[in-house]
Design a binder for this molecule. Structure first.
Ligand code: HEC
Length: 202
């Protein structure tokens, strides 16, 4: 390759270098003069609207025909097959009957390994123990001043699906607050696994 860097804009012995040499100055000047004329009030009615003239220039025609974005209209729907990059999850609440089928279909993706149970125990000790007590009997220290929650190892809780536990932890239920903002990601499933292990121990 020669000394001159490819694509660099500037003056050369031959005049203006690429890309100025390809720039269609006449077309741009025409567009600018049309825009200027149409801005002066007297000329306004004598000349065609710039909107009509602009589409005669091949480049601008593409923009003229392109779908217009109306910023204050509703947002445009994502193209088919769009994948959310933030991993946004569907919102579902156990006290909403319409959400229950989807909740109960949700599968637990985290196997009940000893690592998962250890992590679940740790998170349980931080967030759930104050009300639910060390083994989920509903005898945590807060219950002296607060309502005693149902036992997590009773028949009712044993009958819940993993998805139900997950959604309940995520969004709360009744007077139990939501923990989805504090317990995040796989930790929610580690909790589910730990509750299952408490149930199995009963
Ligand atoms: C502030 C006290 C409190 C804390 C902390 C708390 N819960 Fe609860 N929990 C409750 C109450 C009260 C209920 C009963 C809610 C209702 O009647 O809808 C409940 C209900 C539940 C149930 C349903 C039990 C059933 O038999 O229906 C589960 C499962 C549960 N909690 C899990 C958890 C987990 C897991 C955590 C920790 C992330 C947690 N809770 C933290 C108070 C609490």
């Amino acid at each position: 390759m020669g000394k001159r860097e490819k694509g660099k804009v500037g003056l050369t012995p031959h005049g203006l270098a690429f890309p100025f040499s390809l720039f269609p100055f006449p077309l741009v000047l025409m567009a600018l003069s049309l825009a200027t004329i149409s801005c002066s009030r007297e000329a306004w009615h004598r000349f065609p609207s710039p909107d009509d003239a602009v589409k005669l220039i091949p480049w601008f025609a593409t923009m003229h025909r392109g779908p217009a974005l109306q910023p204050y209209d509703h947002s445009r729907p994502p193209v088919p097959g769009t994948v959310p990059i933030t991993g946004v999850e569907r919102e579902f609440h156990v006290d909403n009957d319409a959400d229950l089928p989807a909740i109960n279909r949700t599968r637990n993706p985290v196997p009940r390994t000893s690592e998962s149970l250890d992590r679940g125990k740790e998170v349980f000790g931080i967030y759930c123990y104050p009300c639910h007590g060390p083994t989920g009997q509903g005898d945590g220290p807060v219950t002296e001043k607060f309502i005693q929650p149902p036992s997590l190892t009773a028949a009712q809780a044993k009958g819940y699906t993993d998805g139900y536990f997950y959604a309940l932890i995520r969004y709360g239920r009744g007077i139990m607050p939501m923990y989805g903002d504090k317990v995040r990601g796989a930790d929610r499933w580690h909790l589910v696994n730990y509750i299952r292990s408490l149930q199995a121990a009963q």
